[in-house]
Design a protein around this ligand. Structure first.
Ligand code: ZN
Length: 285
């Protein structure tokens, strides 16, 4: 699933290509891709004649601000891809939505697994009014207020494994399986460590590591995992430099210990048992 760095990579490309061009019309090839409004005709008529002023990102959501004070929201989920292309490009069997721009350009939504969604947030509403995932979302990792105290407060009542907490979008926005494993490695924290037993020092290291791995991911243009491609079909290359993710059985890049894999919350979790020892901290009094 595309995570924050992949979605951010797409956002930046969309800003370069789609802004300030009139939307002529749109076509919905798979109805359930449109999560809102229920009436598909309202989606099409709402987009018609608008222009995109700019793309924003909240967690893994892409949000296009339209010039009539409405918003277009997109979540890529597992396999969604936005493609900026010439309208004459042959459509793919997984094409779900087509948005036609002037000059024969098109923003195309391809999605093999069909979990991806789009919302047209009506004039006068804000994305959080319509998109429940945004209303409940935790802080952005690059928010200036994101620090260990924030995590400490959010995790105070949770004894679930820290890996599971990092995947919870109501705790922190935008992190998925790859960058959760990577940031736990960089901060030397075992993925099964109980969330509310982490020390201030550990949480401080974790905050720094999260920002570090996400920045590295963005710098590499995202990762190739899950066939991620940006809107021009370019692949990212973060995965080649991953510390632990999908490196089960290989030597740790730091200490040569064999990387292990366990399942947590149904997700494969990769870690180095030497760099990330399982320490059970005494419960705080
Ligand atoms: Zn190691």
């Amino acid at each position: 699933m595309p995570e924050l760095p992949e979605v951010e990579t797409v956002r930046r490309s969309l800003n370069e290509s789609t802004c300030d061009r009139s939307i002529i019309s749109s076509e919905i090839l798979l109805e359930r891709t449109i999560a809102y409004p229920e009436n598909q005709k309202e989606f099409n008529s709402g987009l018609q004649g608008t222009k995109i002023l700019g793309w924003h990102r909240r967690g893994k959501y892409l949000l296009a601000e339209l010039n009539n004070k409405s918003w277009l929201g997109v979540h890529l989920r597992m396999t969604g891809k936005l493609l900026w292309c010439d309208r004459s490009l042959e459509i793919h069997k997984h094409t779900r939505v087509r948005i036609y721009f002037e000059d024969k350009q098109e923003l195309r939504f391809n999605d093999q697994r069909t979990f991806g969604q789009m919302w047209l947030v009506p004039i006068g509403a804000i994305p959080a009014d319509i998109i429940s995932g945004i209303a409940k979302m935790g802080m952005e990792p690059f928010d200036l207020h994101f620090n260990y105290e924030y995590l400490q407060t959010k995790l105070a009542k949770s004894d679930r494994p820290i890996k599971n907490s990092l995947l919870d979008q109501t705790v922190l926005a935008g992190i998925g399986n790859i960058y959760a494993d990577e940031s736990l490695f960089l901060s030397g924290i075992h993925p099964q460590a109980k969330s509310n037993q982490l020390t201030e020092t550990q949480l401080e290291r974790l905050c720094r590591a999260i920002k570090q791995v996400l920045s590295d991911g963005i710098a590499h243009g995202g990762t190739t995992f899950s066939d991620f491609e940006d809107i021009a079909g370019e692949k990212g290359n973060y995965i080649h430099s991953a510390w632990v993710f999908r490196r089960t059985g290989q030597a740790c890049r730091v200490c040569d210990t064999t990387i292990e894999r366990i399942k947590l919350g149904g997700r494969s979790t990769h870690f180095c048992p030497n760099c990330q020892p399982f320490i059970c901290n005494a419960p705080s009094k």
